[in-house]
Design a protein around this ligand. Structure first.
Ligand code: 6CS
Length: 359
């Protein structure tokens, strides 16, 4: 696949691409050339992250009167999710998406986004919390800062959906199933609680691992399953509504501090405008791509009933304790902060108007 080839060339390309960028150039004595910010994605062109980044670039360019230009690097150009995070910490790229599912070993507290059935079925509520949460933009953002990352925004990318070569309707169906997960430790604990055999690996390796039968199943939002063609290697897609996929947008903190006020404002304007934009766009994209998969045929879609979901909720009920154990293993500060994040997020998500909570 293109993505895999791109990642194999990581070392060579990275040097070539990054040394070719202008940070503060001049245009042959004419108007100063725009300052370039590099923005790296964990997803390919046409994805939710790509839509976000392209609109982000337009807004920043508009708000800074063209003095800043944003170069977007889709997945495959610069590295895996873990490598992109390191590039931001080193300011080799200024901005990147960092999925919590890949960040858990760096920022244990972020694994609150891996807790199955913590989030209600009410997507509007999730959207509002991800846009404005005092917990997520307070203590969680502080946990990012402590690890050399500034968290600018959290974006919803749709419900995670299981794909497999057998129908999965209850935790017992996961017994012995080799399911690819992102690399955060809590995800492994969760799938073990279902009886599965979780196998963490980079996104770029999933297609070939499915093709070679090295894994039996994987989990991702619909738009990603379609654009990475995972469904072509699987017979079933199962909606268990266990977890929305959330990505965080991170920026190098030193770079952010060095920006003039006008450019910081441009970042905040982009964040605010894009909160609503991406909520609507991801929903559209996930619907369109589900219809496409259904039209193509060959994939059986299963939507779990309330009773079936209840069995998964029960099987996952010990995982919040595992989250607390994991954050507390990392020291007193992450321990206290992790517990506060879990409690704070829980109460924000369960505000009274969330009548349609997860069954
Ligand atoms: O499964 C993954 O690793 C990836 N999935 C998506 C939808 N975005 C980025 C992430 O790395």
């Amino acid at each position: 696949m293109t993505v895999t080839r791109g990642l194999l060339l990581f070392g060579v390309l990275l040097g070539a691409v990054l040394s070719g960028c202008t940070q503060n150039g001049e245009d042959d004595g004419q108007a100063p050339a725009p300052v370039k910010w590099r923005f790296a994605l964990e997803e390919v062109q046409g994805s939710v992250q790509d839509m976000y980044a392209r609109r982000f670039a337009e807004i920043v360019e508009r708000e800074t009167g063209g003095t800043v230009s944003v170069d977007v690097y889709p997945y495959g150009a610069l590295g895996t999710s873990a490598q992109l995070t390191e590039l931001v910490r080193g300011n080799a790229v200024q901005l990147a998406f960092a999925s919590p599912g890949h960040l858990g070993s760096v920022i244990p507290e972020v694994q609150v986004f891996s807790l199955h059935y913590l989030f209600p079925r009410d997507e509007e509520r999730i959207h509002r919390v991800l846009s404005d949460s005092p917990t997520l933009f307070g203590p969680l953002a502080q946990a990012y800062e402590d690890k050399g990352l500034k968290m600018l925004a959290l974006i919803p990318e749709g419900w995670m959906v299981w794909t497999a070569n057998k129908p999965i309707r209850e935790p017992a169906d996961f017994e012995g199933v080799k399911i690819r997960t992102m690399v955060s430790p809590l995800l492994l604990k969760t799938y073990k609680a279902y009886g599965a055999n979780p196998t963490p690996m980079a996104y770029s390796e999933v297609y070939s691992s499915l093709q070679l039968n090295m894994i039996d199943a994987q989990v991702n939002p619909v738009f990603a399953i379609e654009e990475m063609a995972f469904h072509e290697q699987q017979e079933y897609m199962i909606f268990g509504y266990h977890l929305p996929f959330v990505a965080s947008l991170v920026i190098n903190p030193g770079f952010y501090e060095s920006l003039p006020e006008e450019q910081r404002q441009a970042l905040m304007t982009a964040k605010r405008e894009l909160d609503d934009y991406i909520f609507e766009k991801q929903d559209e994209l996930n619907r369109e791509r589900l219809e496409k998969i259904e039209r193509e045929g060959g994939t059986e879609i299963i939507r779990l009933t309330g009773d079936e979901i209840a069995k998964f909720r029960e099987a996952a009920s010990s995982v919040p304790q595992a989250y607390v154990k994991l954050v507390c293993k990392s020291g007193d500060k992450p321990c206290e902060r992790g517990k506060a994040i879990l409690d704070g997020l829980r109460s924000e998500l369960q505000a009274p108007e969330t009548a349609a909570a997860n069954p």
